[in-house]
Design a protein around this ligand. Structure first.
Ligand SMILES: NC(=O)c1ccc[n+]([C@@H]2O[C@H](COP(=O)([O-])OP(=O)(O)OC[C@H]3O[C@@H](n4cnc5c(N)ncnc54)[C@H](O)[C@@H]3O)[C@@H](O)[C@H]2O)c1
Length: 395
């Protein structure tokens, strides 16, 4: 597949590093940047035959099969429109839109044009995430009860993130989009997110948006998703997920503690890892960032989906649902109430209710708890199904 990159900044380079790695057969052939110098430098660095400071020229280039959007959040909608007009498949970075309304327009554009809209949610493709999702789907941790995801770091690297008009918000729209989609995958994408309760504050930076937030997303089956996001965290980039099920637990640490620890007095000027704040003392480098952050599996899924004419694991529809959850989070942070998730276009299950499945001990009793005490005794706590009486039994 021949690929065009729109943008030449931070994420465009991460994507290009991933696309150029491991002798991939899908190749970058063109880049757009508003600055001709940056377009030329990017083209030279990655050996591209074409570059331009005209977005339409790059999108309409007949050599291009698929377009990757790596532009600031305010430019996603216009870029998707250009791809839809040219009939080119489009892969857009996160967040899809600044609001659910913008995301919906993008979804409608790609569906009307009959092109594929892939949502580049890399953190749902990390090797650890994919393996843990398989375990959850295989039932290894039983019924999922709570899924939490945390992304915190000392704040983004470009001016436009700090401008609400261009970004659409602060840490919630920038980082919460990852966390919400991680929880949604664990809970089940066919389960409707119903309402959101969110605390958000501007604690450190002189900006209009929030730089710290915590939110709860309630799903139709009563399961809770939780996101913790911050641009105030010191010490690097903290990416952690946690899933609690009726039969087990998963803890994932994706970045700061990956099993690679290094000490340096500070000699040399080596890059350590994304958002690392220091290159001396004990350090936590990441072996192959593009792989460990999910980019490799993500692009493989995207290109195979186009070839096989199927939906990718992360589609524009997913981006739209995430944006609608974020909209509800912003409303809740303001109103201080649970706010409904407004999804005009819901494609998942509509028959789900909050349910309880209690474990039976026998025909007469439910089993509440079973424990072996330090002296070796085994204790059972049972509840009579008919009378409701709770009793202890030593065995
Ligand atoms: N893990 C991830 O998936 C991840 C990580 C970082 C950023 N992102 C997303 O990638 C997108 C770009 O972020 P970034 O970190 O690369 O930012 P960046 O500032 O490094 O790059 C932004 C790009 O947009 C271009 N741009 C900005 N304003 C423009 C304008 N008015 N006209 C034309 N071009 C303009 C810049 O020149 C640059 O090429 C954002 O949507 C961001 O949320 C995703």
């Amino acid at each position: 597949m021949k690929i065009a990159m729109l943008g030449s900044g931070f994420i465009a380079r991460f994507y290009a590093d991933s696309l150029a790695a491991q002798r991939r057969k899908d190749i970058l052939v063109s880049v757009y940047s508003r600055s001709m110098e940056r377009a030329e430098k990017f083209a030279k660095d990655y050996g591209l035959p074409h570059y331009s400071n005209s977005l339409t020229e790059v999108v309409e280039n007949p050599d291009v099969d698929v377009v990757v959007i790596a532009l600031s959040n305010d430019l996603h909608l216009g870029a998707v429109e250009a791809c839809a007009t040219a009939g080119k498949h489009v892969l857009c970075t996160k967040p899809l839109g600044r609001t659910g309304e913008e995301a919906k327009k993008m979804l409608e554009m790609v569906e009307k044009a009959g092109i594929m809209g892939g949502y580049l949610e890399d953190l749902c493709y990390t090797p650890k995430f994919l393996k843990s999702l398989n375990s959850v789907k295989a039932g290894s941790i039983g019924r999922v009860l709570w899924a939490k995801s945390r992304e915190t770091h000392p704040g983004p690297h470009s001016d436009w993130f700090w401008n609400m008009e261009q970004s659409g918000g602060g840490a919630i729209v920038d980082l919460g989009c990852h966390c919400i989609e991680i929880s949604r995958n664990f809970i089940g994408k066919d389960i409707k997110p119903v309402e959101v309760m969110c605390w958000a504050a501007t604690q450190v930076h002189p900006i209009a948006a929030e730089d710290h937030a915590i939110g709860l997303v309630k799903y139709a089956n009563g399961v809770i998703g939780q996101f913790e996001v911050s641009w105030c965290f010191r010490g690097g980039m903290d990416l952690r997920d946690e899933v609690m099920g009726s039969e087990g637990t998963i803890w994932l640490n994706n970045f700061l503690r990956t099993g690679f620890e290094m000490f340096s007095t500070g000699k040399g000027t080596n890059y350590v890892a994304e958002k690392a704040e220091s290159s001396s003392g004990w350090l936590f480098p990441v072996g192959d960032e593009v792989h460990e952050l999910g980019y490799s599996h993500m692009f493989t899924d995207m290109f195979e989906s186009i070839e096989q004419k199927r939906e990718p694991m992360e589609s524009f529809y997913d981006g739209y649902v995430v944006n609608c959850i974020i909209d509800a989070a912003y409303r809740s942070a303001k109103s201080r109430n649970w706010e409904p998730v407004q999804l005009d276009d819901w494609r998942g299950r509509t028959d789900v209710k909050e349910g309880h499945e209690f474990a039976s001990y026998d025909d007469q009793f439910y089993l509440i708890k079973e424990e072996i005490l330090p002296n070796g005794e085994k204790k059972l706590i049972l509840k009579d199904k008919k009378t409701g009486a709770v009793e202890r039994r030593d065995i």
